[in-house]
Design a protein around this ligand. Structure first.
Ligand code: ATP
Ligand code: MG
Length: 424
């Protein structure tokens, strides 16, 4: 899918680039053509006008020492009833060229004869031409064709055309290569996040399937024993309830993460005492810890912090939940909150099972569980730490885990303090 998109992008890009260059090239070519011919045409028209005004006499003087048609010098071809009767200067053109140079219209025209390019203008012969040019009464011209060599201009235009065409070809090649590279560069992160999303959806549906399957089985079992009382089926109902709870938590977590992905504004900052919040969450966990005979210690100093209180509450719940969940009976869990130079440091430490070193870089990945069978028993879905990391990052902070298998784990969160935060 991405290969096709990339190809489309590159081709569209190259096509637009090509069209723009082509339009620019055409405009430049015709502009130069106009500019170069304008001068020639003005010269021809000026001479025609002068000839009309002064006759041929004055013009002849200009060519007194010229024999051949030179660049910038005009040749005059005389015609009588469209039959060539003479030219001036006398050898301005080869007589063989004259077959192709027939009198034309009243507007300047471009003619190519034997590889030479001329600009011509045909006008009626002035009266003075008869006496000056030819003694033979029969050869008195009725039309004069002014001929000016424009080889230099045509050559310049040809060179320009070659330059434009090669420019377009080179630019097209560059645009295709650069476009392909740029498309690859800009599509790479999109492709990555698309793949991540696809994987996320796949994992989520997979996770949802298990509780749904358990529920279905339990309900089917209930149907098979219509005479049983609730008490008799309490185990199955308890299992189903647990799966519903699990599913509820999973759907809630999925919603939080997908909202986080869609860049929705989920963080609402306000100033509050973060030390107090830490103590409050620790107190909330006390009964759960007591159930497992875990000693839960809390050291938190009062500290003003500007952030999203509800989200930070969620973060502490995730970390404490893990600490208690992954610590065996009679273990220890400690939570602390203290002020550093420009940050608040929260540490959640336990004497639990620990995380293998190889797993440490992956624990913040979605659905990642170090010991899948064990965490499934604990009700874990592997989304807690992904949400924790998102909350910390949304506060521009960082989170890391230090762990030794069999000895315990410590999660250290550092949240930078804004200007308004300070110790109470
Ligand atoms: P839940 O979404 O319910 O939190 P979970 O606890 O399995 O599920 P995370 O909180 O994201 O998921 O944790 C990911 C994994 O990291 C866990 O499955 C566990 O293997 C490991 N882990 C996290 N915290 C600890 C800890 N304090 N001690 C040992 N292992 C931990
Ligand atoms: Mg967890």
């Amino acid at each position: 899918m991405f290969k096709k998109t990339r190809l489309h992008l590159v081709l569209w890009n190259a096509l637009i680039f090509f069209l723009v260059l082509l339009a620019f090239g055409i405009a430049m070519y015709f502009y130069m053509d106009r500019v170069l011919l304008r001068e020639t045409d003005q010269k021809l028209l000026g001479i025609a006008e002068q000839m009309n005004r002064e006759g041929f006499k004055g013009i002849r003087g200009e060519h007194a020492h010229e024999r051949e048609i030179d660049r910038g010098k005009v040749a005059y071809l005389f015609w009588k009833k469209d039959k060539f009767v003479g030219m001036f200067p006398e050898k301005a053109l080869f007589t063989s060229d004259l077959d192709d140079l027939t009198p034309g219209g009243k507007e300047p025209e471009t003619r190519t004869v034997e590889g030479e390019t001329y600009r011509t203008l045909t006008v009626s012969a002035p009266p003075g031409i008869q006496g000056d040019f030819d003694k033979d009464e029969d050869d008195i011209a009725d039309k004069v064709m002014l001929v000016l060599s424009i080889d230099a201009e045509t050559n310049a235009l040809d060179e320009l055309l070659k330059l434009i065409l090669s420019g377009i070809a080179v630019s097209l090649a560059v645009s295709l290569t650069a476009g392909s590279f740029l498309a690859w560069l800009s599509l790479k992160p999109i492709q990555k996040s698309w793949e991540k999303q696809a994987q996320f959806a796949q994992d989520a549906s997979h996770e949802l399937r298990t509780p749904l399957a358990v529920l279905q089985t339990q309900l089917e079992l209930l149907f098979r024993k219509p005479g049983h009382t609730i008490e008799e089926e309490s185990e199955g109902i308890y299992k189903s309830l647990n799966e519903v709870k699990r599913m509820n938590k999973l759907v809630g977590d999925l919603l939080t993460l997908s909202r986080a992905d869609s860049n929705e504004r989920l963080i609402e900052k306000k100033s509050f005492d973060i030390g107090e919040l830490v103590s409050f969450v620790a107190e909330q966990f006390q009964p759960i810890a007591e159930l497992k005979e875990i000693t839960l210690k809390c050291t938190a100093e009062p500290l003003h912090f500007t952030g999203d209180k509800d989200r930070l509450h969620q973060l502490l719940l995730i970390l404490l939940d893990n600490a208690v969940k992954y610590t065996g009976e009679k273990g220890q869990v400690a939570i602390s909150c203290k002020k550093e130079a420009h940050a608040v440091q929260i540490e959640v430490k336990d004497s639990g099972i620990g995380i293998p070193e190889g797993d440490l870089p992956k624990i913040f990945d979605r659905f990642y569980r170090s010991d899948k069978s064990r965490t499934r028993k604990e009700g874990g879905t592997g989304l807690g730490l992904s949400i924790a990391e998102w909350i910390v990052k949304a506060h521009k902070g960082d989170i890391k885990a230090v762990s030794t298998v069999g000895k315990g784990t410590a999660f250290i969160v550092r949240l930078p303090i804004g200007k308004q935060s300070s110790t109470l």
